[in-house]
Design a protein around this ligand. Structure first.
Ligand code: NDP
Ligand code: ZN
Length: 352
């Protein structure tokens, strides 16, 4: 990211490795819709000459003198979020928010990201995980952010067995929300979106009903299908600021609205995200709004790898566009910006 609205290639020095850190070379990289918000919407403010990217698998190139569990040559999963595990926020149980809001999100936010020939990982023993033997790169590269975020959406939604869930947005994040809702015991799952490739995978991951927000009002469609009752949980994973109106209007009293959308823009000059007064039960109908940044760190990645290794969910169908070679990154990122109808997620494989 050269500046808001402009990307390009840049030469930088190889990063230095601290005693508890690692320097990693990429094996597989994936652009994220968050990179698109960051560059083309300026969502987190101006960034100059910052290397983008936060979704990677890699090979360890160098480790600091105090690193115990990793050595050069190890194949690793690199979480999108690499918290400072000894910080006050982490000790309170919110490691993704270390050092201030979103502070655990370092790559392509507060420091250079992973779209580089070498990148720096803080606290290697706590923030890297070994890539299991036999896991494909296309599947593995979905763990650092897509599975972690989508599953958090379901975890935060407090889904009970048999619960009815609506997932607003079925890009790769929402699709993982659907898979997470099914693993968490949901009964009926409404998937809201229109891209055909995503609809196919949504059904494979457990969606029972597909709703197009383009062909009628989302809330009316779901209320009609549920006899006016609405849903027990909502996972918000797409749409602009106004999507929160739908999310709250479709939720039953006692439900949780679990937002994982990164709102690149608000509404109007005051940059607001609206809530419906009546739909929210005048603010007092026990409709709980949960939010969260992707969980990071080693244990989270190891747990997600267990989900995949034991066949509970296969992330690979989300890799609809696979590019070979580091120099194809720009193409992949622009594809994520354009969002063609057959796209779920582009992946770049880097030979090492
Ligand atoms: P995509 O752009 O691939 O998918 C967005 C989805 O939202 C699509 O299915 C789209 O439908 C749907 N959509 C658009 N408008 C509406 C609407 N009005 N109502 C319902 N659905 C709608 O995004 P990703 O899956 O890659 O990412 C989703 C969000 O998650 C992004 O904001 C991203 O930045 C954020 N994110 C958040 C993270 C976190 O830590 N919390 C981490 C990673 C990502 P259609 O099928 O028509 O295109
Ligand atoms: Zn991401």
């Amino acid at each position: 990211m050269l500046k808001i609205g402009e990307i390009g290639w840049i030469e930088k020095d190889r990063p230095a490795c601290g005693p508890r850190d690692a320097i990693v070379k990429p094996l597989a990289l994936a652009p994220c819709t968050s990179d698109v918000h960051t560059v083309w919407e300026g969502a987190i403010g101006e960034r100059h000459n910052m290397i983008l990217g936060h979704e990677a698998l890699g090979i360890v190139d160098e480790v600091g003198s105090e690193v115990r569990d990793f050595k050069p040559g190890d194949r690793v999963i690199v979480p999108a979020i690499t918290p400072d595990w000894d910080s006050e926020a982490a000790l309170r149980g919110f490691p993704s928010q270390t050092g201030g809001p979103l502070g655990g999100w370092k790559f392509s936010n507060f420091k250079d990201g992973v779209f580089a020939e070498f990148f720096h990982v803080n606290l290697a023993d706590s923030n890297l995980a070994h890539l299991p033997e036999g896991m494909s790169l296309e599947a593995g590269v979905m763990l650092p952010d897509m599975l972690s975020t989508g599953f958090m959406g379901a975890e935060n939604a407090k889904i009970e067995f048999g619960a009815t869930v609506a997932v607003l947005g079925i890009g790769p994040v929402g699709l993982c929300g659907i898979a997470g809702a099914r693993l968490g015991g949901a009964g009926r799952i409404f998937a809201v979106g229109t891209r055909p490739a995503a609809i196919k995978v949504a059904k494979e991951y457990g969606a029972t009903d597909i709703v197009s927000y383009k062909e009628g009002n989302t809330v009316e469609q779901i209320l009609n299908a549920t006899g006016g009752a609405g849903v027990d949980a909502v996972i918000v994973a797409g749409g602009g600021a106004e999507v929160m109106m739908d999310a709250i209007n479709v939720a039953k009293p006692g439900s949780v609205i679990s937002n994982i959308n990164y709102f690149g823009q608000g509404i109007g000059d005051e940059d607001l995200i609206p809530l419906p007064r009546v739909g929210w039960g005048f603010g007092i109908a026990d409709k709980t709004l949960m939010t969260g940044l992707c969980p990071g760190g080693r244990v989270r990645m190891e747990r997600l790898a267990e989900v995949v290794t034991h066949g509970r969910m296969d992330p690979s169908p989300m890799a609809t566009h696979v590019f070979k070679g580091f120099d194809r990154l720009e193409e992949a990122l622009l594809l994520m910006k354009e969002k063609p109808r057959d796209l779920i997620k582009p992946v770049v494989l880097v030979e090492q």
